[in-house]
Design a protein around this ligand. Structure first.
Ligand code: CP
Ligand code: NVA
Length: 305
C-alpha cells in the first residue's frame, strides 16, 4: 500500500491491518505509552474545502506520533492561483514525508499521487472519504466485536460517504443496503464494484425505500443531504430527500441494538432527528475520536520506514 486514495484500492487484509493498528495505537495513547513512530517526519495537509475533524485529528495525530503537520490552505498556496497539481506534488515531495489532501475532484488526488514521490492520503473528495470510513469500521467493530455478516445500511445522498461506506462495508464482509432517492444514487463505479462483489457472494441492495433498507440493520449510517460545494442546492435537496430522515420510526425497524454513525457535521432535523442523534451520541462521538486513531494507523503504515 503506497497511498490511501480510495478504499477500492485496498484489500480486505489491508483494511483489517489498519483497524488492528488503530486499536493498538488507541490503547497506547489511552495508557500513556509513547508511540513516536513518525519522529522527525512532516505531513503536509492541503485543504481546498473546510474541515474541523480532519484537520484537527491529522494534526494532533502527527504530534502524538512524534512528527509535525503543516496546515496548507489552498487559499494561501500557489495551487489556489493555478499552479499545477503535478508541480505542487513534486514540490511538497521535496519537503514533506507524506501529504493529505481534501479537495473536490478525485482525479486531482489521483494526479497528485501519480506525480508525488511520497505517500498521499485522501482527506475527502466528492467521490470518497476513506479515512472516515476506516474510523467508522473501527467504531462498529469496537461496539459489535466483529464486522463480518453485520447489516450496514446507508440512508440518504449517494455521496462520498455512501460510496466509501458501500465499498468499505462490502470489503470487510458486511451485508450492505443503501437507500437513496432517484437522481441521488451512489457513483456508477461503486455500483459496478458492488455488483462484482455480489457475483462472488456478497450481499448488497440499492433501494429507494429507506424503511426497507433499515430493516434489521445493525448499523445505520447517514450524512448531510447537501455536501460541501452543493450549498446552493440545499433547498431543492430538502424537498427531494423527504422521507429519508433517520428518525425514531426508522430506528424501530432496525435491530434493537443498532448503532448509528454520522461523520459530522450533522444537520439535525434534516438527515437525522435531534432525538436519534442524541440517543446515539456516544457512538457518534466515538466515531469522531476514532478518526484520530485510524488515521494514525494509516500514517504509520504509509510513512514509517
Ligand atoms: N467528518 C469530517 O470529515 O469532518 P470535517 O469536515 O470537519 O473534517
Ligand atoms: N458529504 C459531506 C461529508 C463531510 C465530512 C461533504 O462532502 O461535505
Amino acid at each position: 500500500m503506497k497511498h490511501l486514495l480510495k478504499l477500492m484500492d485496498l484489500s480486505k487484509e489491508e483494511i483489517l491491518e489498519i483497524l488492528n493498528l488503530g486499536d493498538q495505537l488507541k490503547y497506547e495513547q489511552k495508557h500513556g505509552i509513547a508511540h513516536h513512530r513518525l519522529e522527525g517526519k512532516t505531513l503536509g495537509m492541503v485543504f481546498e474545502k473546510a474541515s474541523t475533524r480532519t484537520r484537527v485529528s491529522f494534526e494532533v495525530g502527527m504530534f502524538q506520533l512524534g512528527g509535525h503537520a503543516l496546515f496548507l490552505s489552498s487559499k494561501e498556496l500557489q495551487i489556489g492561483r493555478g499552479e499545477a497539481v503535478e508541480d505542487t506534488a513534486r514540490v511538497l515531495s521535496r519537503y514533506c514525508d507524506g501529504v493529505m489532501i481534501r479537495t473536490f475532484a478525485q482525479k486531482e488526488v489521483e494526479d497528485f499521487a501519480r506525480c508525488a514521490s511520497i505517500p498521499v492520503i485522501n482527506g475527502l473528495t466528492d467521490f470518497a472519504h476513506p479515512c472516515q470510513v476506516l474510523a467508522d469500521l473501527m467504531t462498529v467493530r469496537e461496539y459489535k466485536g466483529h464486522l463480518e455478516g453485520l447489516k450496514l445500511c446507508f440512508i440518504g445522498d449517494g455521496n462520498n460517504m455512501a460510496n466509501s461506506m458501500i465499498v468499505g462495508g462490502l470489503k470487510v464482509g458486511m451485508r450492505v443496503s443503501a437507500a437513496c432517492p432517484a437522481g441521488y444514487r451512489p457513483s456508477p463505479t461503486v455500483l459496478e464494484f458492488a455488483q462484482s462483489m455480489v457475483k462472488s457472494g456478497a450481499k448488497f441492495e440499492l433501494l429507494s425505500d429507506p424503511l426497507e433498507a433499515a430493516k434489521d440493520a445493525d448499523v445505520v449510517v447517514t450524512d448531510v443531504w447537501a455536501s460541501m460545494g452543493q450549498e446552493q442546492q440545499a433547498e431543492q435537496r430538502r424537498r427531494d430527500f423527504k422521507g429519508y430522515c433517520v428518525d425514531q420510526a426508522m430506528m424501530q425497524l432496525a435491530h434493537p441494538d443498532a448503532i448509528v454513525q454520522h461523520c459530522l457535521p450533522a444537520h439535525k432535523g434534516e438527515e437525522i432527528t435531534e432525538e436519534v442523534f442524541e440517543a446515539h451520541a456516544p457512538e457518534i462521538f466515538e466515531e469522531t475520536e476514532n478518526r484520530l486513531h485510524a488515521q494514525k494507523a494509516v500514517m504509520v503504515r504509509l510513512m514509517a520506514q
